[in-house]
Write a protein that binds this ligand. Structure first.
Ligand code: SAM
Length: 223
């Protein structure tokens, strides 16, 4: 089986045009010796600039995407080629990681790699970048179950969810890559249902690690 993990509406983007001239952006670009448009939007640095942006509370958290990605790609399931990861951004850009590709463990190297990937949009190699909605990614992952994870979903035990996903040749699971808020309606369009795995809102990196471990127990017989 292959579990397709989509980190959706991820808070990962290059500095948007509206804030290219903001002092917090220009100062960082000068300090790093790069062009403002080549940098990632990051709330920890560009907070003041971000207040101008639409839905700013959902954006500018590359650190959160990094943690989620590392938690997914460090698992035995992923290393065995039985999980595949996509990062989908709010602008419908997808970073598609080739099977078993490991992102850098250093945050600085991850940041630089993401900046380059979003800027150059390579169409081949270990990370391919192309335009796609979540629905389109799901359509390409076969006819298996397609489940979204959200506090707004119906309650389901994690082991039941893992059984549902792990029983198919190919399945898709969508996890929000943003710090606050909920999925846009377009993100949930291709999903059969939304599922809540805990009463509390958890960080995406905790959700992805727990889910993959449950699927691993079925597929690899561990635990
Ligand atoms: C920090 S949350 C985003 C905030 C949002 N209010 C929420 O909890 O759904 C990041 C992502 O983790 C997943 N998530 C967090 N808590 C969850 C829960 N209790 N059940 C299912 N998914 C959850 C969802 O995919 C969510 O989009």
């Amino acid at each position: 089986m292959v579990l397709n993990v989509i980190i959706a509406e991820a808070a990962l983007e290059l500095i948007p045009i509206q804030v290219l001239d903001h002092p917090s952006v220009r100062n960082e670009a000068r300090r790093r010796g790069v062009e403002p448009r080549d940098m990632l939007l990051d709330r920890s640095i560009h907070h003041a600039a971000m207040l101008k942006l639409e839905e700013h509370f959902k954006r500018g958290r590359p650190d959160l995407v990094y943690l989620t990605l590392l938690n997914a790609t460090s698992t035995p399931l992923y290393q065995d080629g039985k999980a595949k990861v996509y990062i989908h951004t709010r602008d419908d850009i997808v970073l598609d990681f080739a099977e078993r590709t490991r992102p850098p463990k250093s945050y600085t190297r991850f940041r630089d790699l993401m900046q380059q990937a979003l800027f150059e949009k390579p169409d081949s190699g270990l990370i391919r970048v192309y335009d796609s909605t979540v629905k389109q990614i799901l359509q390409r992952t076969g006819s298996g179950p397609k489940i979204g994870l959200s506090v707004q979903g119906g309650r389901m035990r994690l082991d039941e969810l893992a059984t549902r996903l792990g029983d198919s040749k190919e399945s898709g699971v969508v996890i929000g890559g943003f710090p606050r808020g909920h999925f846009e309606p377009e993100t949930t369009e291709g999903l059969e249902r939304l599922v809540r795995i805990d009463e509390r809102s958890l960080d995406a990196h905790v959700v992805v690690a727990r889910l993959i471990y449950e699927v691993e127990k079925l597929v690899r017989g561990v635990g």
